[in-house]
Design a protein around this ligand. Structure first.
Ligand SMILES: NC(=O)c1ccc[n+]([C@@H]2O[C@H](COP(=O)([O-])OP(=O)(O)OC[C@H]3O[C@@H](n4cnc5c(N)ncnc54)[C@H](O)[C@@H]3O)[C@@H](O)[C@H]2O)c1
Ligand SMILES: O=C(O)[C@H]1O[C@H](OP(=O)(O)OP(=O)(O)OC[C@H]2O[C@@H](n3ccc(=O)[nH]c3=O)[C@H](O)[C@@H]2O)[C@H](O)[C@@H](O)[C@@H]1O
Length: 346
């Protein structure tokens, strides 16, 4: 029995990691690493695929059911000899031979994850079990994209990884936040019981190009509203806070976590904290000063504050975000202008 203190906890690991499947060596001629990205047609997943494909030694397989993702996000890779796209729902088993699994598949916008909550739970629980089963069979390392929502409506601020959270187990957000908490539990149980190599990232609000225009999350809503000349809808009271991380910083953090020695969970996010009213003011100032801001009704269990403590990410991964909100928003604006067909005023 080995004891591991990677996260300051003592995880008793019962077994050595599973032996890799011999089929894993039958690779495309140039590659030495075959990587599965579940949810790779989504927002963060497609940026991750871009980065992984830059390395000529990687073969990348994406499995996605296109619920919130799109082939458009991957169009530059379709047909590439080192890339494969599989239409697959991860609540069903998947048989592939891979060395690493980035497990992202799960709707992330509250509007979408609440649309079919039972499916969201199935994706988090059965989907994660299927991916862990796959990792066990082929001896692959697996990284789960968990969320700051595991801290619920946090009573500690900023949130450290040791904080166990304040989550409503029967609320409308529970399919997602409790789903991710079970997914984390499954990761650690497979690690302790079967010796699987696991990595857990707790992602805090991430934004950037390729977010669905009408995806309902706050940054995409405000930018789309500003470009359409509509009022920015701040949900009451507007004093709730979030910390926004630009997607290239996020991808860098995820790859460092996968390649490093620590299981996590590790917070990956930008500690710059803004109220939703402040965010609306910044979007208005940077994108369209003529739009108004209106307060609208909020949804149940909306967390009142959220800010990552990233001491662990700095120490263990040598990672810190580089792009500020004021630098990131214009990059996203450019992408939204192109997709909405709204040119910048001369
Ligand atoms: N963006 C954020 O702010 C944020 C914050 C915390 C955690 N995360 C996590 O990061 C991951 C990616 O988030 P995102 O913002 O890119 O979301 P997204 O909705 O753009 O991407 C999710 C992808 O998963 C796919 N998917 C959903 N259910 C599936 C299923 N059952 N089978 C196969 N594919 C399925 C979707 O079609 C989509 O392509 C998610 O796991 C999310 O929980 C994101
Ligand atoms: O980072 C995380 O861990 C989580 O963050 C988000 O969840 P949430 O923070 O609720 O995301 P938004 O829907 O973007 O809401 C952020 C805040 O903006 C407010 N909001 C949202 C939309 C809007 O039009 N106006 C507005 O004021 C909401 O009330 C909330 O307080 C993501 O969507 C989750 O997938 C992710 O796991």
């Amino acid at each position: 029995m080995a004891t591991e203190a990677a996260n300051g906890n003592n995880h008793v690991v019962a077994k050595k990691p599973p032996t890799p499947s011999p089929l894993r060596n039958s690779k495309f001629f140039q590659s030495n690493m075959r990587i599965l990205v579940t949810g790779g047609a989504g927002f963060i997943g497609s940026h991750l695929v871009d980065k992984l494909m830059e390395n000529e030694k990687n073969e990348v397989i994406v499995a996605d059911n296109f619920f919130t993702g799109s082939k458009d996000n991957l169009k530059k890779w379709i047909g590439h000899p080192r890339f494969e796209l599989i239409r697959h729902d991860i609540t069903e088993p998947l048989l592939v031979e891979v060395d690493q699994i980035y497990h992202l598949a799960c709707p992330a916008s509250p509007i979408f994850y609440k649309h079919n909550p039972v499916k969201t739970i199935k994706t988090n629980v059965m989907g994660t079990m299927n991916m862990l089963g796959l990792a066990k069979r082929v001896g692959a390392r697996i990284l789960l994209t968990s969320t700051s929502e595991v801290y619920g409506d946090p009573l500690e601020h900023p949130q450290k990884e040791e904080y166990w959270g304040n989550v409503n187990p029967i609320g409308v957000r529970s399919c997602y936040d409790e789903g991710k908490r079970v997914a984390e539990t499954l990761m650690f149980d497979y690690h302790r019981q079967h010796g699987l190599e696991i990595r857990i990232a707790r992602i805090f609000n991430t934004y950037g190009p390729r977010m669905n225009i009408d995806d309902g999350r706050v940054v995409s809503n405000f930018i789309a509203q500003a470009l359409r000349g509509e009022s920015l809808t701040v949900q009451a009271p507007g004093t709730q806070t979030r910390s926004f991380c630009y997607v290239s910083d996020m991808v860098d953090g995820l790859i460092r976590l996968m390649e490093g020695d620590n299981t996590g969970p590790i917070n990956i996010g930008n500690p710059g904290e803004f109220t939703m009213m402040e965010l609306a003011e910044i979007v208005k100032e940077l994108i369209e000063p003529s739009v108004s801001i209106k307060i609208v009704e909020n949804t149940p269990d909306d967390p009142r504050q959220r800010k990552p403590d990233i001491t662990k990410a700095k120490q263990l991964l040598g990672w810190a975000p580089k792009i500020t909100l004021r630098q990131g928003l214009p990059r996203m604006e450019e992408d939204f202008r192109q997709r909405l067909g709204v040119p910048k005023k001369a």
